[in-house]
Design a protein around this ligand. Structure first.
Ligand code: KIV
Length: 277
């Protein structure tokens, strides 16, 4: 079990909560210690998303992600980071059954990883659970709009809230989970006017992904942002690098060197007479 304690300059849940309407909150996903360490100085908030199932494990959806996987990746990100607040996703099936199931599993995630908070998907149907967790010491980030764990009931990953009734329901969902105690809400895949309505309707910061600049902060899946996840890049993603291409070029050059016996060279080999190497 990792030690639970606050690192120097660490951004806390109350700090994120207090950023409503202030400087935009900068958030990225992270799944590993080295990536968290590289991103650390530049972000306020890490979300250890269950998107790890698709991005890291090659799954078709997030439904197969387990609590153990989230704990492993959450603990790695906490070990690799110092400054950002770290929020770990509760995977599908680990919190929907009952309030006590949600508490038991969320407490396990908090204790095992040392993260600051958990995130769970859902609107009014999860408000009772969010109230139960937050009143018992577990900070919760909500997630409304496009909810990938509901892909089978929503019928796909299309943007939500284009129709009046659906838009109204999503605003109501956000209000209910904010009133229940969520300290912040991820708003995914909604049209700009709806993102604005949600952001104005709740007193906690909204973090948008595919939800326009009208939110209090933004999050992207890091692998999308740096070009490391090439299966599909959603239209709302801005690519800031093409690391996938760099990895391909490096592998190609390595293969050529090995086949031509250029690698390993002398400087990469241990010497018999050098006790320090
Ligand atoms: O799983 C994920 O990556 C997410 C993002 C929207 C943060 O939930």
């Amino acid at each position: 079990m990792s030690a639970v304690g606050h690192k120097k300059g660490h951004i806390t849940v109350p700090h994120i909560r207090g950023r409503k309407g202030g400087d935009p909150i900068v958030s990225l996903t992270a799944y590993s210690a080295p990536m968290a360490s590289l991103l650390d100085p530049y972000v306020d908030l890490f979300i250890v998303g269950d998107s790890v199932g698709m991005v890291f494990y090659g799954m078709d959806s997030t439904l197969g992600v387990t609590l153990e996987m989230m704990i492993g990746h959450g603990a790695a990100v906490v070990r690799g980071s110092e400054k950002p607040c770290v929020v770990v996703d509760m995977p599908f099936g680990s919190y929907q059954e009952s309030k006590s199931q949600a508490f038991r599993n969320a407490a396990k995630v908090m204790q095992s990883t040392g993260c600051d908070a958990v995130k769970l998907e859902g609107g009014m149907e999860m408000a009772g659970t969010i109230g139960f967790l937050t009143s018992r010491g577990i900070p919760v980030m909500g997630h409304v709009g496009l909810m990938p764990q509901s892909v089978n009931t929503l019928g796909g990953y299309r943007a939500r809230g284009r129709g009046h009734a659906e838009a109204k329901k999503i605003v109501n969902d956000a209000q209910m989970i904010a009133d229940a105690g969520a300290f912040s809400i991820v708003v995914e895949g909604v049209v700009e006017p709806l993102a604005k309505k949600i952001t104005n309707a709740v007193t906690v910061p909204t973090i948008g992904i595919g939800a326009s600049a009208e939110c209090d902060g933004q999050v992207l899946v890091t692998e999308d942002m740096v070009g490391l996840f090439n299966d599909f890049t959603p239209s709302f993603v801005k690519r800031y690098a093409d690391l996938g291409r760099l990895v391909e070029r490096a592998a190609e050059a390595y293969g050529k060197d090995v086949r031509a016996r250029r690698f390993p060279a002398v400087e990469h080999c241990f010497r018999v007479n050098n006790k320090n190497s």
